[in-house]
Design a protein. Structure first.
Lengths: 192, 202
């Protein structure tokens, strides 16, 4: 982040007036196209007005379009929104296609959103439906009255059988097969 | 006997691969025939089909309870986890989610999000593997806004090399409002693939 971002506002995604819940209302109310009739920097704007402006106005009956010629000034696009925002765009030396793209952007946004850093890509009024997770969720009841420190729960769960233990086990197995006599042998060896 | 065991232990210390050496050492050590000492567990006498039948019965009873609740519309608010443009969002009706980058749908478009990974209510959860079968849960949404992000500065500089570049960029963002999440048809214990799967999967 650079120094210009130090005073950048940050926020969370919002849509004005529950827009889109029942029906969708286009937020752009007025658009003003200011241009000069003979200056070269307004050429793209003049082309747009000649070729596409009527189609745009017909497609969007909810948007009021003003066209304002003025002498020797740069061409400008101004959009006014339902929430009172006003977005001003300079279109100096821009072509017809660029202007139609910018107008499309003005049409599709909810307000002048140029300077808001979004902290989340998600907004909800109901954060949890099954209840928030806690460490005690889905734990066995025995875990509740466990006394600490406890020998059992401080041991790792997966201690592998050592070779000695395995040998002893094998020996026991043989003992069972051979009978009681081997037991005596073991006790004798232990005594030694 | 114990003497033998000691020698084996010494051998074991030298051999790096313990487990293999251990089993072979045990074999050599043993007096009883080798087939007695095989590590395989004894074949269980439990009938597998009986367990499967029990599970199926339990599944069916759970599904019936869910369907009963949904039929009486007592399930309350539903939520879902949907996959949209490479990201997963946990959504419930009335939520706003944002899609970053270029995305064709424009404002006012009503779309249905088809890749539902999970759907749930207060008392039950349907988990997809990895997605729920298409047509089970219908998630409807409206595109509310398409705008550009704030201006991001992309600045790079190499010290002592007379190299400095600064670029500014704004990428498109699309805001979507979730309208409704509904169970389109009753939940079935036997998951049969639908005859005609949905064509568009966002």
């Amino acid at each position: 982040m650079s120094n210009s971002h130090l005073f950048l506002k940050s926020g969370f995604p919002r849509a004005p007036l529950q827009n889109g819940l029942g029906r969708y209302v286009c937020q752009l109310q007025r658009i003003t196209l200011k241009f000069c009739k003979n200056n070269g920097s307004s050429r793209g704007m003049r082309d747009f007005i000649e070729n596409h402006l009527l189609d745009f106005a017909k497609e969007n009956p909810g948007i009021v379009v003003y066209v304002k010629p003025r002498r020797h000034r740069t061409p400008v696009l101004v959009g006014e929104y339902l929430n009172g925002d006003r977005e001003w765009l300079s279109c100096r030396n821009s072509t017809q296609e660029e202007i139609s793209k910018w107008i499309d952007l003005l049409k599709t946004q909810n307000g002048s959103s140029s300077s808001l850093r979004l902290r989340k890509m998600w907004h909800t009024d109901v954060p949890s439906i099954q209840g928030p997770w806690t460490p005690f969720l889905l734990r066995s009841p025995e875990a509740q009255d466990q006394k600490y420190p406890s020998e059992e729960s401080s041991k790792p769960l997966d201690i592998p059988q050592t070779a000695t233990e395995k040998l002893i086990e094998l020996f026991r197995q043989q003992q069972l097969e051979a009978g009681e006599s081997a037991n005596e042998v073991l006790s004798k060896k232990r005594a030694e | 006997m114990s003497f033998l065991a000691q020698t084996v232990r010494q051998v074991l210390r030298q051999v790096p691969n313990r487990s293999l050496a251990l089993t072979s050492a045990m074999r050599s050590l043993s007096i009883s025939p080798a087939f007695h000492q095989q590590n395989k567990p004894a074949p269980s006498s439990v009938d597998a089909s009986a367990i499967a039948k029990d599970q199926l019965k339990e599944c069916q009873s759970i599904c019936e309870r869910i369907n009963k609740q949904v039929a009486k519309s007592e399930q309350g608010r539903l939520f879902a986890v949907v996959h949209l443009c490479g990201k997963q969002f946990k959504i419930t009706p009335g939520d706003i989610i944002l899609v970053e980058g270029y995305w064709p749908p424009t404002i006012g478009d009503e779309i249905s999000l088809d890749k539902v990974l999970l759907a749930g209510a207060r008392d039950f959860t349907l988990v997809g593997r990895p997605i729920l079968e298409p047509g089970l849960v219908s998630v409807k949404a409206t595109v509310v806004e398409k705008t550009l992000t704030h201006t991001k500065t992309h600045f790079r500089k190499k010290r002592r090399k007379q190299y400095m570049r600064i670029n500014f960029q704004r990428s498109p963002n699309t805001m979507i409002r979730i309208n409704s999440i509904e169970l389109a048809r009753p939940v079935d214990a036997k998951t049969e693939p639908e005859s005609e799967p949905s064509k568009r999967l966002f």
